[in-house]
Design a binder for this molecule. Sequence first.
Ligand code: CA
Length: 220
Amino acid sequence: MRVLICEDERRIAANIAEALENAGYVTETVHDGESAWFRGETEEFDAIILDLGLPRLDGLSVLRKWRAAAVATPILTLTARGTWMERVEGIDAGSDDYLTKPFQIEELIARINALIRRCGGHLTTALTVGDMVLDTRRKTVHVDGRNVELSVLEFRLLRYLLHHAGRVVLQGELIEHVYGSDREPESNAIEALIVRLRRKVGVERIATKRGHGYVVGEAA
Ligand code: CA
């Protein structure tokens, strides 16, 4: 799962990135509105955190431009205290949720988890396919009655596949959502990760499709 952080206060941006990465997300950070608009429109993210007070292009304009360009990514806006008009305008412009600064980082993580969950039609913190249940809070998976521990990368990969259960996910897409753009993985990294994951959860639970994609659950 990949989250774009648009925040010009570098300390806040770094704190958010660290907390999201600890929660198993891949993050990308931009510090001004023009970069935010460009990255959000040209790349795939599972959620976007958008500070409304951004330099070069204000957050509200960024939000309107994205929605006008049919960017459907769930968006959580960050607003300054006492600016209720801005919050209302943000919601009108297509923001799905907001947080007022200063906020507790735990609340931000919980809201991002919830946004992504709702967007994928999942109602709880568990992702279930057949007898496989991934606990996205504890980062463990329960398979056929036993608990299996996962590494950070294995968790990210399995969560992405389960979130998109029934859809064939291509290798390139997995690389983006598991590794992020700052770390260039080895060419066979995803295949190797799939091998390790299959050893843990059972080969039959992750199918290979058309040689380059993977699917969990029945492919539509
Ligand atoms: Ca700001």
